[in-house]
Design a protein around this ligand. Structure first.
Ligand SMILES: Cc1cc2nc3c(=O)[nH]c(=O)nc-3n(C[C@H](O)[C@H](O)[C@H](O)COP(=O)(O)OP(=O)(O)OC[C@H]3O[C@@H](n4cnc5c(N)ncnc54)[C@H](O)[C@@H]3O)c2cc1C
Length: 445
């Protein structure tokens, strides 16, 4: 019998290990803040944890075994990511942090042996970091508006342009760059190519490190990057010339699913904190959890999170089944749309229930609310994904060309009467005969 909602006992043991490891090691370490994020901090604190994860066979689980992953598939990854999603340090500890995951995925798919040697294996080992440099300050939602150019000069490409929100550019060794190479190509989706540009190439300038939410201007990790006559060899091209759009979709498809999986974990965490507060805080009418309006918030949040979780797990299952993100586009768009809404709702309610403490910088909720807004923008805004979803849903429908639709009740009634004409005639005759018999019987009585 399919439709089984249980985790197999062997994998449950892995999930239990992750749960303990998160509680005992990752969550306490994340409280040290920036101290663990720099290169020495990573060596001292994060590397030893990464080794423990590798020993457990839980490293880089988004990848197949040929790339050093475990080949568990997306469904199991979804269950794992639920646990990692409650802490922002966890993906780094488990070798599945964005944007490196998506970048490694496309280098694995499209890279030459030389490119894999130089970037893929070090990325998978956590030895180097990367950034994805696609969005531009003039607008990120529509790749057809991008302006960054790569022009061939002999056997080198010369790149000029500006990129916006290239996450982790400041920490990266390689920039995965999206640039126009064939402006005159008839198909607008064949005009751009992807390049692997070492971050220390002359001409790469990080104008500013933009931050998300509050904090010091320039102290963030979203790179505003300018490419000033950056020269790279011809073979810096990743995949075919003109194939950037297709390659980027492979990358973004996986990335969106993995974000959604982790967001399930973040939502469950917010709900957990909400419940802990509700049973602990008292008013003169009893505990917050005794108040019906609080109970309603908890019930609504639980339903929303569980619905979202099931949609994410089902999408993961579909990816495992079809092994092609394109065939699951509708479902991926749906979870991308659902994610910011559910997360925002539950994080806002959790903050609200904690009162002033909830909106303070001594609690995680404001960070969660900001992250929920990010989820509605990064990897494309909600509106664009709603359009994708609606188009996918509508593609199976054909127009009714009559004034009244095919499902107009008088028309359905007429069709049914025609279909069952013989039986209806027989029925009418039977009732007639029955009526006559009854009349006769009452006459005789
Ligand atoms: C935290 C974070 C990390 C990011 N990391 C990266 C990264 O590593 N690499 C990278 O290349 N980019 C990255 N981005 C950029 C991201 O992909 C873009 O922000 C996104 O595509 C939207 O582009 P934009 O910000 O220019 O908004 P715009 O394109 O200006 O859109 C703004 C708003 O306009 C509306 N809108 C736009 N288009 C439509 C439409 N077709 N229909 C209806 N409404 C529309 C929506 O409300 C949208 O939110 C990141 C963004 C964030 C917030």
């Amino acid at each position: 019998m399919a439709w089984d909602f249980e985790t197999d006992p062997e994998f449950q043991k892995k999930l239990d290990w992750i749960e303990d490891f998160m509680r005992e090691e990752v969550e306490p370490l994340s409280q040290l803040g920036l101290a663990v994020r720099g290169s020495l901090g990573r060596e001292k604190f994060i590397k030893p944890l990464q080794e423990k994860v590798k020993e457990q066979g839980l490293w880089a689980c988004h990848l197949g075994p040929e790339l050093g992953g475990q080949g568990y598939g997306q469904l199991k990854l979804g269950l794992m990511n639920e646990k990692l999603g409650r802490n922002s340090l966890a993906p780094t500890v488990f070798g599945c942090q964005a944007p490196d995951t998506g970048n490694a995925e496309i280098i694995a798919h499209y890279g030459t042996d030389k490119q894999k040697e130089k970037y893929l294996w070090p990325l998978l080992n956590g030895d180097i970091r990367s950034a994805f440099s696609m969005s531009e300050p003039t607008g990120g939602s529509d790749p057809l508006t991008f302006k960054t150019r790569a022009v061939l000069d002999g056997d080198e490409w010369v790149i000029n342009g500006e990129k916006w929100f290239s996450t982790n550019a400041r920490y990266s060794q390689v920039l995965v760059l999206y640039a126009i190479t064939d402006p005159d190509a008839k198909d607008p989706y064949r005009r751009t190519s992807i390049f692997l540009v070492p971050t220390d190439t002359p001409g790469v300038e990080i104008i500013r490190n933009v931050g998300v939410g509050t904090g010091e201007i320039g102290g963030g990790s979203e790179g505003y990057v300018r490419y000033n006559n950056v020269r790279v060899p011809y073979d810096a091209l990743l995949g075919e010339r003109g194939a950037a759009f297709v390659i980027a979709q492979v990358r973004l498809g996986g990335g969106r699913v993995h974000h959604a999986m982790r967001t399930v974990g973040a939502c469950k965490h917010a709900l957990d904190l909400m419940c802990r507060r509700a049973v602990s805080r008292t008013t003169r009418d009893g505990k917050l959890s005794d108040l019906q309006m609080v109970q309603e918030q908890i019930a609504d949040s639980w339903i929303a999170v569980e619905q979202f979780r099931l949609l994410v797990l089902r999408t993961a299952w579909l990816i495992d089944k079809h092994k092609d993100y394109n065939l699951v586009r509708k479902d991926i768009a749906a979870i991308k749309v659902a994610m910011p809404k559910v997360y925002n709702d539950v994080a806002t309610k959790a903050a609200h229930l904690h009162g002033a403490l909830g909106v303070s910088n001594e609690m995680p909720f404001m960070h969660m609310v900001t992250s929920s807004l990010v989820m509605g923008i990064a990897d494309g805004p909600t509106e664009v994904h709603k359009v994708t979803l609606a188009k996918q849903v509508l593609k199976d429908y054909r127009a009714d060309n009559d004034l009244f639709p095919n499902y107009h009740i008088p028309r359905l009634k007429e069709a049914a009467e025609e279909k069952y004409a013989t039986e209806l005639k027989e029925l009418r005759e039977a009732y007639k005969a029955q009526g006559a018999e009854r009349a006769k019987a009452s006459e005789n009585a």
